[in-house]
Ligand binder design. Structure first.
Ligand code: RM4
Ligand code: MN
Ligand code: MN
Length: 400
């Protein structure tokens, strides 16, 4: 392995070190039961409370070594004593990461929250985000991650322009409440739950909002939130060039917002995303250093913790392969207008088996080289399956 890399002028120690420092945040909601609108299947031992979710996240970190923070969703993870949450997380070797406001599960939000025609509803949504900013301060988090589940279902239902100006006004109020150092990441998604128009449908709309708001607002790219075959690496390149790539929600998709394991269906796309980041980092782009790498997945039929380990593992593979791209050779091929020569530089990195490098990174951190074997050997999954009784499962679809 090392000889092979040396031939390509790649310093494997430097790659291993970069892998060790590349951290990925896992989502609290990925450890609990979830499902489709048809049925939520209970997974034995699935976490029921924030404390249990943190305990599960600590297991992922114990075998991967690179997942020290956990994103929370409010009110799903609402607690009274945030100091205690912070202390408990620290005791597990964790910290609380991005705080995600939930603007989609109140009756008053039927026609939207921040874009709603009724000012009192907009104020309610804004107040919730302001509460989340306070929670973020209490747990020492510096990210508010905002996704809006609103839009219209039919042409003419509401004025698209008026919705947009209401959105900007609401976001301006939120932005004004951000303390120094806290970032507002604006997530977009092209559809669902609204089906005709969505108020933040794409990266361009999020970027425009971020630019109007100010430097603490950036765009969040959820890899599952684009129409089929959108070129996500190109979006990433443009946002990095504009200095507004706030972070990622990693997951994979086949048809819609499927929230499947990151890198399970489109590993080459994930590699190309990281290739853009590594490329721009090599040029000294400041934005690249502050990207928040987060997973946003909730698994319906998979074992929760193992699925999260698999996701982190797949993301690390994509990143490690991007680190192996021979940048000088790539630049030279591009300068020589060698269409296939340049492609083959990427291909050479992509086809390299980086698993030994990842195993080496884990071993140097004092971890088991095989995280799946380590998790199985811990007996944790069986233990929590015994200890945790099921909450009543729900089904989102009447009659399913
Ligand atoms: C949305 C979006 C948000 C996540 C919710 C649960 O589709 O991805 O980031 O908070 O799902
Ligand atoms: Mn998301
Ligand atoms: Mn989503």
């Amino acid at each position: 392995m090392n000889d092979h890399l040396r031939k390509q002028n790649i310093d494997s120690d430097a790659v291993v070190e970069k892998i060790q420092h590349f951290t990925i945040e896992t989502p609290s909601w990925g450890y609990g039961d979830s499902g489709t609108r048809f049925k939520v299947f209970h997974w034995p031992g699935a976490a029921r409370t924030l404390r249990e979710k943190l305990a599960d996240a600590a297991q992922v970190n114990a075998v991967m070594g690179v997942c020290p923070s956990v994103a929370i969703h409010i009110p799903w993870d609402m607690e009274d004593d945030w100091q205690a949450v912070k202390d408990d997380a620290h005791a597990l070797g964790l910290r609380i990461g991005a705080v995600n406001p939930n603007l989609f599960q109140e009756d008053s939000y039927r026609l939207g929250s921040l874009c709603h025609i009724d000012k009192t509803v907009r104020q309610r949504g804004i107040a919730h985000v302001l509460d989340c900013i306070q929670i973020a301060q209490a747990v020492d988090s510096d990210i508010i991650s905002l996704w809006l589940a609103e839009g219209t279902n039919y042409p003419g239902q509401d004025s698209l322009r008026h919705r947009r100006s209401r959105l900007l006004e609401s976001l301006q109020t939120i932005y004004a409440a951000l303390p120094a150092g806290m970032r507002l990441l604006i997530e977009y998604k092209f559809f669902e739950p609204a089906f005709y128009s969505t108020d933040l449908p794409d990266w361009g709309t999020s970027l425009l909002m971020a630019q109007k708001l100010g430097p603490q607002a950036e765009v969040l790219v959820d890899t599952g939130h684009h129409p089929q075959d959108t070129n996500i690496p190109q979006i990433v390149a443009q946002l990095l060039d504009e200095g507004r790539l706030g972070g990622f929600h990693f997951n994979d998709r086949k048809y819609a917002d499927d929230d499947l394991i990151a890198g399970s269906l489109n590993p080459f796309e994930l590699f190309c995303i990281f290739n853009e980041i590594v490329d721009v980092s090599a040029e000294g782009n400041a934005n690249a250093g502050r990207i928040a790498y987060m997973i946003d997945q909730s698994h319906n039929i998979e074992p929760k913790i193992e699925a999260m380990i698999q996701s982190v593992y797949n993301i690390q593979i994509a990143y490690a392969k991007a680190l192996l791209v021979d940048r000088a050779a790539l630049r030279q091929a591009q300068e020589e207008s060698s269409v296939l020569g340049a492609y083959r530089v990427l291909q050479a990195a992509y086809e390299t088996d980086v698993r030994p490098l990842l195993a080496e990174a884990r071993t140097r951190q004092g971890l088991h080289p095989d995280p799946f074997a380590a998790f199985e050997a811990s007996g944790y999954a069986e233990r929590v399956a015994q200890e945790r009784t099921a909450l009543a499962t729900t089904s989102g679809y009447p009659g399913a």
